[in-house]
Design a protein around this ligand. Structure first.
Ligand SMILES: Nc1ncnc2c1ncn2[C@@H]1O[C@H](COP(=O)(O)OP(=O)(O)OP(=O)(O)O)[C@@H](O)[C@H]1O
Length: 418
């Protein structure tokens, strides 16, 4: 029997009761798992401050109910409730600037499996990277339900919204915001709400962000293309004529906005019969896929495997393969082999550029090659080089003279000293 008044519970009593509650994923008690942050007692009322943000809603409810049940058995406890502790906000990056790689998932039409591909791809990438998912599909935010996460969204001290975490993946969606009446958001309001969310979300050290765009080429998509530095876009389509034609049109829009198109995922084109094991096509035999103006990254069958909630440790193998191809395409698009001996002006301040070009170019002998790598189009340097060898007369023409855009942000100029 404890020494205190049997009618009033102590913190120790409550803690002892809570030690019987296990974290369902780690199989240790809720203290060892770091779920309980504080216990407050006031008369017979107990408040448990707990951080259950890592759980899916059903799991979180189950843990919470088990804790309340355990505490209710403590003599002297009349009322108990769980207060959700705000996850720590230390060291978070606000906005997308701190994130290395932003991959958008887009589709020309609705219902082709864009969100399914976005969440599966995010999970597959999360096997190697710290991944966030941003659901920009303002009129139909499906990501929370596909990943089985729910709100509330907490804010840090500066009012920046903190994404919800599930299995190491961070998720932000307009569908998680309390004020979210996404279907009613139109035009300017949708634009402002989304831009604000992109700018303010406080990510916890993410290296990769997967953005689920709304279908089509409406305002929200255009805003995102112009305001978010997207490293590459993955298109999702079905192998149906109309979808493929529209996909080509959307691809052109992304290219016009200088967003590299990594490729297309062809979804739900086939299914495998469960009784005979044969693969069947769900669309007419004559596939228009050859018409897609982008590499085909993967063909995903219609399968119940893609209707399950994915996690970073449980994605279909076909999605793991897709993630590898996406990584490979990002490398192809962004990494450039710098020729040996090239003058690399990337990141060099404007004021220093001319001097460096002059020093290198004038050190060359006639016929020696000059290779310049730059993070902006270096074509105008032609007249400067000509002046260097020929004063202002410009009677000399540099030949050969080529400028190639090697990546979306890298140009390579090649010429030789006359
Ligand atoms: N390969 C697949 N096999 C089986 N079911 C799939 C597959 N791809 C998508 N689905 C199912 O199709 C439905 C639509 O998918 P999803 O929500 O991903 O489409 P979407 O293109 O994002 O739609 P929206 O335009 O509404 O955003 C979902 O029920 C999803 O489970």
């Amino acid at each position: 029997m404890s020494e205190h008044d049997p009618q009033s519970a102590t913190k120790d009593d409550v803690e002892a009761a809570l030690r019987n509650v296990r974290d369902p994923s780690l199989d240790v008690d809720v203290f060892e798992a770091g779920l309980v942050e504080n216990i407050r007692l006031s008369g017979g009322r107990v408040t448990i401050e707990a951080d259950l943000s890592e759980f899916r809603p059903q799991e979180s409810d189950a843990v919470m109910n088990t804790m309340l049940q355990a505490v209710s058995t403590v003599p002297g406890v009349e009322q108990a409730h769980v207060e959700h502790a705000v996850p720590t906000t230390d060291g978070r990056d606000v906005g997308v600037e701190g994130i290395d790689t932003v991959i958008a998932v887009a589709s020309a039409k609705g219902g082709v499996g864009k969100s399914t591909v976005a969440v599966n791809l995010a999970c597959a990438l999360a096997g190697q990277d710290d991944v966030g998912v941003f659901d920009a599909d303002i009129h139909g935010p499906n990501v929370p339900s596909l990943l089985e996460v729910g709100g509330p969204i907490y804010s840090d001290d500066d009012g920046n919204p903190i994404p919800v975490e599930t299995n190491g993946l961070e998720v932000m969606s307009v569908g998680l915001m309390e004020s979210g009446a996404p279907l009613a958001w139109r035009g300017a309001m949708a634009h402002d709400a989304l831009t604000e969310l992109f700018e303010d979300t406080a990510w916890n050290d993410r290296s990769t962000l997967v953005v689920d765009l709304p279908p089509g080429t409406g305002d929200v998509v255009l805003t995102t293309l112009q305001e978010v530095p997207i490293d590459g876009v993955v298109f999702v389509t079905t192998p149906f004529h109309a979808a493929v034609t529209d996909t080509d049109r959307s691809i052109a829009l992304f290219e016009e906005n200088d967003v590299p198109v990594l490729g297309a995922v062809v979804n739900m084109g086939t299914y495998t019969c469960s009784s005979c094991g044969d693969e069947h096509s769900l669309f007419p035999d004559e596939s228009p896929l050859a018409g897609i103006d982008a590499p085909i990254l993967e063909e995903l069958p219609f399968t119940s495997e893609l209707q399950r909630t994915p996690t970073p440790t449980d994605v279909p193998s076909v999605v793991t393969r897709l993630a590898e191809r996406v990584r490979g395409r990002l490398d192809d698009v962004w990494n450039v082999d710098i020729p040996e001996g090239a003058l690399d002006l990337r990141g060099v301040p404007s004021a220093e550029r001319h001097e460096r070009v002059e020093r290198r170019f004038t050190s060359l002998s006639s016929g020696e090659s000059f290779v310049l790598v730059s993070d902006r189009d270096p074509t105008p340097v032609r007249s400067f080089l000509t002046e260097l060898v020929d004063g202002d007369d410009e009677t000399i023409s540099l030949d050969p003279f080529t400028v190639e855009r090697a990546t979306p942000e890298t140009w390579v100029l090649e010429t030789e000293h006359p």
